[in-house]
Design a binder for this molecule. Structure first.
Ligand SMILES: Cc1cc2nc3c(=O)[nH]c(=O)nc-3n(C[C@H](O)[C@H](O)[C@H](O)COP(=O)(O)O)c2cc1C
Length: 186
C-alpha cells in the first residue's frame, strides 16, 4: 500500500561559526540518529547565510514582510517544511553567538503561525565546566521557544567543552544526542 503520509522532517540550525565544532558535532549526531530512525533531515549553517540584523523599522508590522531580502527567506521555507527544529549555539560571553542572535531577532517579522506546534531541541556547548555559565542561553531558549508557540523537548548543555570537537570524546553527551535523535520518531 502506498503511504501518502509525509515523513516528519528535522531541521538542524547550527549557530556556531566553527564547522566540525561542538555544536555542529552534537547536532549532526542528533540528525544522523533521527535519519536512521526513518525521519528526513536538513540543516543550515547560519555562518554561511546572509542574515541582516533587525533594524526595528517595524515595517513588517504593516507589510507583513521584512525589508531585508536575504537568506532568511530560504530558512523560513525550511522551517515551514519541518516539524522539529534543533537549535544550537555555543555560549559566547554568557550569550548566544552573533549568528544565532541575528537569526532569532529576525523572528520579530515572521508570522508566528510558522512556529506553532513544532517541537524543538536545543544544543548549548560552552567552555566553562559549570552549567552556571550557560544559564542565560538556556533561559533565552526556555522563554523564546514557548513564546512563539513551539514545544521545547530538551536542551543538551555541553559544559566544559572549550576545544574544537572535544564533545566527540564525551561518550555520555554523544549518547544523549543519539538517543534524543532516535526518540524523535515516535
Ligand atoms: C567569542 C567567544 C566567547 C566565548 N564565551 C564563553 C563564555 O562566556 N562562557 C563559556 O563557558 N565559554 C565561552 N566560550 C567557549 C565556547 O562556548 C566553547 O568553545 C564552545 O564549545 C564552542 O562551541 P563550537 O565548537 O560549537 O563553536 C567562548 C568562545 C568564544 C570564541
Amino acid at each position: 500500500m502506498v503511504n501518502f503520509m509525509s515523513k516528519r522532517k528535522v531541521l538542524g540550525i547550527i549557530g556556531s561559526p566553527r564547522k566540525n565544532g561542538n555544536t555542529d558535532i552534537l547536532i549532526r549526531e542528533i540528525l544522523q540518529a533521527a535519519e536512521e530512525s526513518g525521519l528526513e533531515t536538513d540543516s543550515v549553517y547560519l555562518y554561511d547565510c546572509e542574515i541582516h540584523p533587525c533594524t526595528a523599522c517595524d515595517s513588517c508590522s504593516k507589510t507583513k514582510k521584512c525589508i531585508h531580502d536575504d537568506d532568511m527567506t530560504g530558512i523560513i521555507d525550511k522551517i515551514g517544511e519541518s516539524s522539529i527544529l534543533v537549535l544550537g549555539t555555543p555560549v559566547y560571553w554568557w550569550g548566544p553567538s552573533a549568528q544565532m542572535k541575528a537569526f532569532i531577532d529576525r523572528w520579530y517579522g515572521v508570522d508566528r503561525s510558522l512556529f506553532k506546534g513544532k517541537d524543538c531541541l536545543c544544543v548549548i556547548p560552552s567552555g566553562a565546566e559549570s552549567k552556571h555559565y550557560s544559564r542565560h542561553v538556556v533561559g533565552m531558549f526556555e522563554d523564546i521557544i514557548p513564546y512563539v508557540g513551539m514545544n521545547l523537548m530538551k536542551t543538551i548543555i555541553a559544559s566544559g567543552h572549550g576545544p574544537k570537537g572535544s564533545v566527540r570524546n564525551d561518550t555520555s553527551l554523544m549518547e544523549q544526542a543519539g538517543s534524543l535523535g532516535r526518540g524523535l520518531n515516535h
